[in-house]
Design a protein around this ligand. Structure first.
Ligand SMILES: [Zn+2]
Length: 94
C-alpha cells in the first residue's frame, strides 16, 4: 500500500508530511521514537515492527521464549513464574 512518490516539488508540497525513516518506505510517519542513540520517524507498520522485534528480543533475554525441546503445555505452565518474579521485583507479590 505504498504511496506514489511525488514527481515535482509542487506535488510534494500539496500534501505536507514526514516520510518514514525506514529506507524504501514512503508512508507518512505517525510518531518519532528514539532507537538506540538516534531519533526516527516511523510509519504505523514500522512502529509496530520495531516494538514486535524488541519484545521478541526480550523474550530471549529473560528466558521466556519457548525452548526447542519444550511442549506448548510446558511452556504455558512455566510462564506464571515470570509474572510472580516480576511482581516480586516491584514489591507487589508476597
Ligand atoms: Zn515505514
Amino acid at each position: 500500500m505504498a504511496r506514489k512518490l511525488p514527481k515535482t516539488a509542487e506535488q510534494f508540497h500539496e500534501n505536507p508530511h514526514v516520510d518514514c525513516a525506514n529506507m524504501h518506505c514512503h508512508l507518512p510517519a505517525i510518531c518519532r521514537i528514539k532507537i538506540k542513540n538516534a531519533w526516527a520517524n516511523l510509519c504505523k507498520i514500522h512502529y509496530d515492527r520495531h516494538f514486535a522485534d524488541e519484545s521478541n528480543a526480550n523474550l530471549d533475554k529473560y528466558g521466556m521464549a519457548k525452548l526447542p525441546d519444550e511442549s506448548t503445555k510446558e511452556h504455558v505452565a512455566r510462564m506464571p513464574e515470570f509474572v510472580k518474579q516480576g511482581f516480586r521485583k516491584i514489591g507487589r507479590y508476597a
